[in-house]
Design a protein around this ligand. Sequence first.
Ligand SMILES: [Mg+2]
Ligand SMILES: [Zn+2]
Length: 216
Amino acid sequence: MKSRIIFSDFDGTFSEKDVGHRIYTHFSGGENLKYVKMWGQGLISTRESLTREAALLSVSEDEIYQFLDQFKLRDGASELYTFAKKSNIPFYILSDGSDIYIKYILKKYQLEEIKYYTNKATIENNRYIIEFPYDNGDCTRCGCCKGARINEIIGENKNSWEIIFIGDGLSDICALDSADIIFARGDLLEYCHSKNIKACEYTDFFDILNWLKTSE
Ligand SMILES: [Mg+2]
Ligand SMILES: [Zn+2]
């Protein structure tokens, strides 16, 4: 029998809103949107878009943290993680956002033990500096490639796992090939429909929790 393992995107998935996007938009006064548009059209990579967006910001650490206090996890996110933990289902967050806000928000919900892989952001003299510590193999699209991370984490024995992926956006595309079960909403759901990729639509994480409980 296969063991389940869950990988979840953060922005717009585990977290209700796209926190990274809102940081860049808020603190650049919308100057970043031209890069987001180019990224959406596939003209620039995530790495290039994030580097350009980050370079627009002038912000202190305190201002960032104050801004972060408005954000909430998606309904059921905490409950799903707790259920996975109790059931010995490994749970990882994979994100093309950055650690500065993921760490802060998880801590606010006492979920700082959740393992996450993402890009690294630091603030130095009000500059928002983003780095990409992960090697993405062949992928030139992503900053922190979710497909590469999944393959790395599950290692050789792919067939012993039932891989569940939860996402909402175009930064999740590289994960789709590795996933056995896809939960999608937003742009990711549209993408799956357009490519005839089977995906289950979800509204909140209680939908996924119900599925986990009823499909054991
Ligand atoms: Mg997302
Ligand atoms: Zn990728």
